[in-house]
Ligand binder design. Structure first.
Ligand SMILES: Nc1ncnc2c1ncn2[C@@H]1O[C@H](COP(=O)(O)OP(=O)(O)OP(=O)(O)O)[C@@H](O)[C@H]1O
Ligand SMILES: [Mg+2]
Length: 592
């Protein structure tokens, strides 16, 4: 979540990267000599620079500030934020600051219609707003301006409001599409069919959001609904019609299944399942319990309440943490290491489960299919309760500790025998392909820690496979029938928010790397090209200086780099001495 009190405010920046010259509706680029020059940290910059407050408030485009320096830019965004002006252009890029409060009027239906009218009329410049970004993309698509395919990249730190921004853009695009389909309705059955098809596609695309968030989002210290994966949604169009959508996901933080940083939660869906079993909505094997009469009556009410809660969730955080239940009696939270910490109330998880179930229905998951998915989730909860015993004699291997109950339940739910599961967790096997056959060497694990590591890996792989499966099924439902059915797309990329903790995991390194690569692509596609265009037009521009972390990227992903060495070590499948590995990386990078 964005915090405006920081001395170096970090903003959610919603960047539209369109790979051709700016369309007529976006603000003009600055052309005066020296205007692009804003060297950060330059000792020659006058730190007392100030722009009158009313000029800052009126300024809808940062590139039009009379003085363009880092501090004036930050001041402008801050002043506008304090006046509830949450959006500001920076050329064709939109800078969005998380309002941290509900602002329904900003995203009202009427706003959609008004931006649509303004875009159609070619009004320029459009007021800075997330709908303006979506509107420009939609207008360029429908008028065949510029490139066939476009992408809107939303980037920023965790909690900055990326997912909300992407959601609002999706709503804008669906709403506009719906209005167009309805307005073109004639009495012919083909136009009714077309409108019905568009409505069905929209409903499915919109239903995919809560489903993906249930499986891929979790409460973190920064964001109660943090996306723990990156998502690219491609809206597929043919002529004027939305024909379908596909979802690509990246870098699911699967380690969260077995370990959550202090004060954070596991993926929402696991909490929903736990709450669902306690509330008798799900049976102990994950199948749906028979809905009792009063629950049926409550169901609709809860769903509505949950929808409202989602809007206001953030603002109830403190209150809802006070409701935090220890849940020591929970059989699914026995084992400390894999325990799912709980911050939300049981009620909010139950309401969220209803939303997930409704989304599964909307996306045509059959009852059997839903039961199978929930079985795997309950199996994961059971796997988390398995513990191991080290062998008393050197000859024997580790064994599963206690009465094996969790092992029995998990194996039954996963459709394997308890022996198979126990062997998979306690015996290391290496397959060596020879000329005409594969030889498998088995070695019982002697250390409890090794078995725990195998269990963690098993749970993470299982969750990743389930997540990929859900995405694949959603895509089957939402994608256009075939490649012939669509000719262009608008992509909405909601990348995983970058973060820097005191200790950063490998996942965090990959996330930050992905963000840095995107930033690099943006610099290449936008700043370099813009400079080139200005030079070609004979406009004198001081060379634009910007922070460029390409050196860090080379150190990470070149042929001799951190990632190359890590890959090599992984392929060797041997225990790695941390100090030696660090020295190796340092030696390799010395000359790069
Ligand atoms: N435009 C907005 N209007 C009102 N509230 C917002 C808006 N954008 C974000 N928020 C609030 O901030 C919270 C965090 O936003 P969001 O989940 O979009 O962040 P994010 O950038 O996607 O973070 P992460 O990288 O952790 O997924 C939202 O749940 C919502 O409460
Ligand atoms: Mg997000």
């Amino acid at each position: 979540m964005h915090r405006m009190d920081s001395s170096t405010p970090k903003k959610a920046s919603s960047k539209q990267v369109l790979s051709q010259k700016s369309p007529p509706v976006v603000p003009e680029k600055p052309k005066k000599k020296g205007k692009l020059a804003a060297p950060s940290g330059d000792p020659s910059v006058d730190t007392n620079l100030s722009v009158p407050r009313d000029v800052l408030l009126q300024c809808q485009d940062l590139t039009k500030l009379p003085l363009l320096y880092p501090q004036t830019v930050l001041e402008c965004v801050r002043e506008r934020y304090l006046q509830q002006q949450f959006y500001t252009w920076a050329g064709p890029t939109l800078v969005a600051v998380n309002p941290c409060l509900p602002c329904h009027q900003l995203y009202h239906q009427e706003q959609v219609a008004s931006f649509h009218r303004a875009v159609q009329a070619g009004s320029t410049p459009l007021p800075p707003h997330v709908y303006a970004v979506a509107g420009v993309a939609d207008h360029r698509r429908s008028c065949g301006l510029g490139h066939i395919n476009q992408a809107v990249v939303v980037s920023g730190e965790s909690g900055a409001g990326k997912t909300e921004s992407a959601r609002y853009m999706l709503h804008y695009l669906c709403q506009v599409e719906h209005n167009v389909a309805v307005s073109s309705l004639t009495t012919t059955s083909s136009s009714h069919n077309r409108a019905a098809l568009v409505a069905e596609t929209q409903a499915k695309v919109l239903a995919s959001n809560p489903l993906l968030e249930a499986f891929g989002n979790a409460a973190t210290q920064r964001n109660h609904n943090s996306s723990r994966f990156g998502k690219l949604l491609l809206l597929q169009y043919s002529g004027c019609d939305l024909r379908g959508a596909t979802i690509d996901t990246y870098l699911l933080e699967k380690t969260r299944v077995t370990h959550q940083p202090e004060g954070e939660r596991n993926f929402h869906i696991l909490h929903q399942v736990t709450a669902g079993m306690k509330a008798d909505i799900l049976n102990s094997n994950g199948s749906k319990a028979r809905v009792r009469h009063h629950e049926q009556q409550q169901h609709h009410h809860e769903q509505q309440q949950h929808h409202e809660q989602q809007q206001h969730h953030q603002y109830e955080q403190l209150e809802y943490e006070q409701h935090h239940e220890q849940q020591q009696d929970n059989q699914y939270e026995q084992h400390q290491e894999f325990a799912i910490s709980s911050k939300a109330t049981k009620d909010s998880d139950v309401a969220a489960l209803h939303t997930t179930l409704a989304a599964l229905e909307q996306l045509c998951f059959s009852q059997q299919h839903q039961d199978d998915i929930f079985k795997v989730l309950v199996a994961l909860l059971q796997l988390g309760n398995i513990q191991f015993l080290e062998p008393k004699t050197a000859a024997a291997g580790c064994a599963v500790k206690g009465d094996n109950n969790a092992l029995l339940l998990a194996s039954e739910l996963l459709g394997v025998t308890d022996e198979q599961l126990s062997t998979a967790l306690t015996v290391r096997s290496i397959a060596v392909p020879t000329k005409d056959r594969v030889s498998v060497f088995c070695h019982p694990c002697e250390l409890e820690s090794e078995c725990c590591e195998r269990l963690r890996a098993c749970m993470q792989l299982l969750y990743q496979a389930l997540f990929s499966h859900v995405i694949a099924v959603v895509n089957l439902q939402t994608a256009a029938a075939s490649r012939q059915h669509w000719s262009q797309f608008i992509g909405l990329l909601d990348v995983y928010g970058f973060e820097a903790f005191e200790h950063n995991s490998l996942e965090q390194l990959c996330i930050n790397y992905a963000n840095e690569r995107l930033q690099q692509a943006f610099i290449q596609a936008f700043l370099h090209t813009e400079q080139q265009v200005l030079l070609e037009e004979g406009v004198l521009v001081d060379e634009c200086q910007f922070q460029d972390n390409s050196g860090c990227l080379t150190a990470l992903d070149s042929p001799i780099s951190v990632f190359a060495i890590l890959n090599e070590e992984c392929q060797l499948q041997r225990a790695v001495d941390e100090v030696a590995a660090c020295q190796r990386v340092c030696r390799a990078l010395q000359h790069s």
